[in-house]
Design a binder for this molecule. Structure first.
Ligand SMILES: Cc1cc2nc3c(=O)[nH]c(=O)nc-3n(C[C@H](O)[C@H](O)[C@H](O)COP(=O)(O)O)c2cc1C
Length: 255
């Protein structure tokens, strides 16, 4: 049986999450914070979004600098996280250095990042939009770097113990942040749409590939020849005209 969560606990459904350690600023002043609310938004261009409240000093630095880094750190730094995620650079100057981290600069883009980070992305701020009590800052990823615990296209979790977050305890008792990691990772490689799913996966990519080939031949989504051809292709896959508008939207984004 499921139980309803009170409003103050609804975010917990999404946890544990590896918080991003945002770093932004100028040579004169660099700041940063932890952000549990971050996500990839697009592959092409490669966009990341992060929700930041106006009160954060990092909010100001993000706007002033127009660029930033998103870092991930190992669980071994858990005890200094209050410097990054509980107190503000506005009041504790150089809190990142005071926490014991080294701020490094990417010379190519002039963006600060954390020397001890397991990995980091360098981003250019391209958009900011208000959502409720936070703003969604959208950054285009310029480059990403990882340390020696990233091997053959993925993290070696026997050496990298990600710092993850599970939420905080509530007042009136002393507030505690709950951080978590794991001693041993259970890893399983699952075949992409294997077994009985193969045929559905081929349908999915089949229809897209046929539509793309048609588009290449016809040259534009916005003409009757494409429309008629596309409806014929969709028909072969048991799809109807209603689906076409979504495929047109999908194809238009690749142009
Ligand atoms: C694990 C963790 C996750 C957090 N996630 C967010 C977040 O997604 N957005 C946000 O605005 N604040 C978030 N915070 C709060 C800020 O990190 C915190 O207010 C920080 O002290 C701001 O520092 P600044 O004023 O120097 O920018 C989080 C804090 C912690 C500890």
């Amino acid at each position: 049986m499921h139980k309803e969560l009170p409003p103050g606990y609804m975010d917990r459904i999404a946890y544990p999450v590896i918080p991003a350690f945002i770093v932004a600023g100028t040579k004169e002043r660099v700041g940063g914070m932890l952000a549990a609310w971050w996500t990839q938004l697009s592959f092409n261009p490669f966009l990341m979004g992060v929700a930041v409240a106006p009160e954060r000093y990092t909010y100001r630095l993000l706007i002033e600098a127009g660029k930033f880094s998103l870092n991930v750190v190992d669980f071994k730094y858990v005890d200094v996280m209050p410097y990054i995620g509980d107190v503000s650079e506005r009041f504790l100057k150089n809190k990142i250095s005071k926490a014991g981290f080294k701020v490094e600069w990417d010379e190519e883009f002039g963006i600060p990042y954390i020397g001890e980070a397991r990995g980091y992305m360098l981003l250019k701020l391209i958009d900011r939009r208000k959502y409720g009590d936070h703003d969604l800052f959208v950054g285009e990823v310029l480059k990403a770097y990882a340390d020696e615990t990233f091997v053959d296209g993925r993290w070696d979790l026997s050496r990298y113990k990600p710092l993850m977050y599970m939420g905080r305890t509530k007042r009136p008792a002393k507030v505690k942040r709950i951080y978590v990691t794991f001693r041993e990772a259970e890893i399983k490689e699952v075949e992409f749409a294997g077994g009985p799913l193969k045929k559905y996966s081929s349908m999915r990519y089949g229809v897209l590939n046929e539509l793309r080939a048609l588009l290449k031949k016809v040259g534009s989504l916005d003409n009757e020849v494409f429309r008629r051809g596309a409806i014929k292709i969709l028909g072969k896959y048991g799809l109807d005209e209603e689906d076409l508008k979504y495929y047109i939207e999908e194809l238009s984004r690749g142009l």
